[in-house]
Design a binder for this molecule. Structure first.
Ligand code: HEC
Length: 146
């Protein structure tokens, strides 16, 4: 009698365990890539986030963008980063609230940088840029495997 109940329990626990493994696997897949589109998250990071974030940070250093063309380039970087804040939520890529929150700060921070850049307000642009880099850091802390 006990033996049988025990076997049922073991079978149930095994089923639950396998369920967790599957759920865990699909969560990882979701972060690394969306459901249908080809681009892996790491390539969006390497190809879009990284160069635009670095380009923007470099332009906002010291006395800021040197001329109209440089301000326009800063506006370009901020715009593309804003679009990434939307893109990271698309195609079933977002696994949880930490991710969604970081994507939202990326959108809000980059939109604020763009508004400041349009007014050529370097101080406001630098303040808003901290929200952008904070968004990178908070999503990486929660979701980028070491
Ligand atoms: C909403 C989540 C999220 C946000 C926001 C985010 N990242 Fe990432 N990033 C990731 C994840 C997840 C990985 C790991 C991807 C992998 O290896 O599969 C990653 C990896 C990277 C990598 C390594 C890419 C490679 O070549 O392996 C770089 C560089 C990077 N991010 C830069 C940035 C920068 C800069 C920002 C901010 C402008 C940013 N990320 C914002 C989630 C995010």
């Amino acid at each position: 009698m006990y033996g049988r109940r025990c076997a049922v329990t073991v079978a149930l626990l095994a089923a639950v365990g396998i369920g967790f493994v599957f759920a865990g696997g699909s969560l990882l897949a979701q972060k690394a890539k969306g459901k249908t589109r080809a681009a892996a998250t790491k390539y969006l990071m390497r190809g879009i986030n990284q160069p635009n974030c670095k380009g923007l940070g470099d332009l906002l250093k010291d006395s800021g963008p040197a001329d109209d063309k440089a301000w326009d380039t800063a506006a370009c970087h901020a715009s593309v980063l804003n679009e990434m804040g939307h893109l990271l939520m698309d195609d079933g890529r977002c696994p949880d609230g930490d991710w969604a929150g970081a994507a939202k700060s990326l959108r809000e921070g980059s939109a604020a940088v763009l508004a400041a850049v349009e007014k050529k307000d370097l101080t406001a642009a630098n303040t808003a840029f901290k929200t952008v880099t904070g968004a990178c850091a908070s999503c990486h802390k929660a979701h980028r495997s070491k």
